[in-house]
Design a protein around this ligand. Structure first.
Ligand SMILES: C[S@@+](CC[C@H](N)C(=O)[O-])C[C@H]1O[C@@H](n2cnc3c(N)ncnc32)[C@H](O)[C@@H]1O
Length: 199
């Protein structure tokens, strides 16, 4: 059973906080003029807005209208522009070869959908563009600190290596971290992280 994201985000508070994901911050360099970023499943915008603050021209996409409304609010609070679209990624017409960065943080799909979604992320990159992705690892099921409680939606490094075999993989690790995304998401967690460039 998937959460009702629209309902989850329909509060004043930011469910995942307003601070960007730490892995994204450690991997996304400052933008050069004209550089474009796609924030996939951007939720309430903490990552898309951070990218915009670094100077990227950002397109933030998410299926939850309430999330995107808060992303726009957060962008206004920081005085940055954020292009945004409400769309179901499974039926969205994904841009192709457009972005210098594709940021995909904590977006999980079942195995019946995941390879096509990961291919769409890779195809959205310009040659030389980079995908920065962090998701829960299957071992997260025993941590109880968040994420979908469904093994089929979680990703090992081997699985990501296969999905992104057409990219140049620059970093791929399975690592235990301290979650720090909003007041409800704290604690130890097991994640898989990837940075990969389109040749
Ligand atoms: C765990 S939240 C992560 C949000 C954000 N990336 C972050 O790190 O704060 C997962 C997000 O994926 C979005 N999502 C899940 N399935 C989706 C789909 N099929 N199409 C568009 N968005 C989807 C949800 O609306 C939600 O915002």
């Amino acid at each position: 059973m998937q959460p009702d994201w629209n309902e989850r985000f329909a509060t004043e508070d930011y469910f995942y906080g307003t601070e960007p994901n730490r892995f994204l911050v450690s991997r996304a360099a400052h933008a050069r003029p004209g550089m474009k970023a796609l924030a996939v499943a951007d939720g309430e915008g903490r990552n898309g807005v951070w990218l915009a603050r670094q100077g990227f021209d950002v397109l933030s996409v998410d299926g939850a209208e309430t999330g995107i409304a808060k992303a726009r609010k957060l962008a206004a609070r920081h005085g940055v522009a954020l292009r945004s679209v409400v769309a179901d990624l499974r039926t969205w017409t994904w841009p192709v070869a457009e972005f210098d960065i594709v940021a995909a943080l904590y977006i999980h799909f079942p195995s019946s959908e995941r390879p096509a979604m990961h291919a769409a992320m890779a195809n959205a990159l310009k040659p030389g563009g980079r995908l920065i992705l962090e998701v829960f690892h299957p071992d997260q099921l025993s941590y109880g600190s968040g994420g979908p409680p469904i093994a089929d939606m979680l990703c090992s490094a081997d699985l990501l290596a296969a999905d992104f075999a057409d990219l140049d993989i620059e970093a791929l690790e399975e690592v235990e971290i301290d979650l720090a995304s909003g007041p409800l998401h704290q604690g130890r967690a097991m994640v898989t992280r990837l940075v990969a460039a389109r040749p």
